[in-house]
Design a binder for this molecule. Structure first.
Ligand code: NIG
Ligand code: FE
Length: 381
């Protein structure tokens, strides 16, 4: 058994019930698990001197699309010049993804995983959704499963070219689900105008749930949608985007176990208004922040950027934004072993090159991850 002491921590965020953060604390890790938190410097095999820095739980990025090929910076450039975001751009990435080899897809995904890790992400969900055929979706979830246990089957991203809606929903709920379920923990659907209707989404999610997958939903990205209440009705772990919400949506979320996952990288990249996190928090809704890293609507792996945007644009305090990017992401993945540093948690943490996590928003765009400790094999140093 190896023990590691991290001491001389200026500010330690544990998300303990009684006190979320401590000053002047130390932490002991035993075999990859937080074994002790307190004052003083108990004996250990190794010692890491935090040098007065702030230590936070590793970020839990509960929403990304990292299995893809190609670049869509031209669409971003056009949007910055006033063009609207359209979900149809997904099909462009589908064409390029299908043409790529397994090695190319994996190399690209690995590069992005490494990029996320360098910024403090220690748990990462990855979705399929740029294959949209049985073979290409199976390949996407199979490759994603080599990178993370949090794999989401998103065959229902859009209806691909050359296939009728009816036939495609049959395929997603039949042969494609059969091929993808063994590699996946979750099923997701893009419930939005231009993608799938509420009825189609219900059918797809129900089929996935019957196969033992947990449900997640993309909804209310481009406009209000009954997809939010569908997510609540089906007991989805998370409904993601939540940019346009009615009062009824907020009320339904407030009384549910479904997390509202906000993805401000999308609003940054599409010029849509940022979601109102304050409204959700005040209504008692559990909120997560995630990157939605994908080549179309949010090509960033940076969780610190999500925290900065949430504080600057969405009415969250720095403490709320940090909690949403760690504990909130864990709740969105129904994980209790990550997102916090209470005794018993996985020792996934970030030593920030800053005295406080407030600097994540105060110093936007600055690489503040001094050291990242991760117990996930793909996210380890
Ligand atoms: O999460 N909402 C749907 N899917 C992605 C966008 C994908 C794309 O434009 O390629 C998202 O924003
Ligand atoms: Fe997404």
């Amino acid at each position: 058994m190896t023990t590691t002491l991290i001491d001389n921590i200026g500010l330690l965020v544990t998300h303990e019930q009684e006190r979320a953060e401590r000053t002047g604390a130390s932490l002991v890790i035993e075999d990859g698990v937080v074994a002790w938190v307190g004052a003083g410097s108990p004996a250990a095999d190794e010692r890491i001197d935090a040098g007065g820095r702030c230590v936070i739980p590793g970020f839990v990025d509960s929403h990304s699309h990292l299995v893809f090929a190609g670049d869509r910076s031209d669409e971003f450039e056009a949007r910055m010049a006033g063009r609207r975001y359209e979900a149809g751009g997904i099909r462009r990435t589908v064409r390029l993804t299908r043409e790529a080899t397994d090695e190319q897809l994996l190399a690209n995904a690995r590069r992005l995983v490494a990029e996320a890790r360098a910024q403090g992400t220690t748990t990462l969900e990855i979705k399929s959704g740029y294959g949209l055929s049985v073979a290409d979706e199976e390949r996407s979830v199979r490759l994603a499963a080599t990178l993370t246990p949090e794999v989401t089957f998103l065959g229902a991203h859009v209806v691909p070219e050359g296939v009728s809606r009816e036939d495609y929903v049959d395929l997603v709920t039949g042969e494609m689900l059969d091929a993808c379920a063994p590699h996946s923990r979750w099923i997701d659907v893009f419930c939005e105008t231009g993608a799938f209707t509420v009825d189609e989404s219900r059918r797809i999610l129900t089929a996935g749930i019957a196969r033992g997958l947990g449900a997640r939903v993309h909804a209310a990205q481009l406009g209000e949608s009954d997809g939010v209440r569908l997510a609540v009705e089906l007991g989805a772990a998370s409904v993601d985007h939540c940019t346009y919400l009615s009062d009824a949506d907020v009320e339904a979320l407030g009384g549910s176990a479904t997390v509202a996952t906000l993805l401000p990288g999308v609003e940054f990249s599409t010029k849509h208004p940022y979601p109102d996190a304050r409204r959700l928090l005040d209504a008692g809704v559990a909120v997560a922040l995630a990157s939605d890293c994908n080549p179309g609507s949010s090509f960033t792996t940076s969780m610190p950027l999500m925290v900065a945007l949430a504080v600057r644009e969405m009415g969250m305090t720095p403490a709320e934004a940090l909690a949403a990017a760690t504990l909130g992401g864990a709740a969105a993945l129904r994980r209790t072993d990550v997102g916090h540093l209470r005794v018993g948690a996985r020792a996934d943490l970030v030593i920030l090159d800053a005295p406080s996590y407030v600097h994540l928003a105060y110093r936007p765009g600055v690489p503040l991850a001094h050291r990242v400790l991760s117990t996930s094999p793909m996210l380890a140093s």
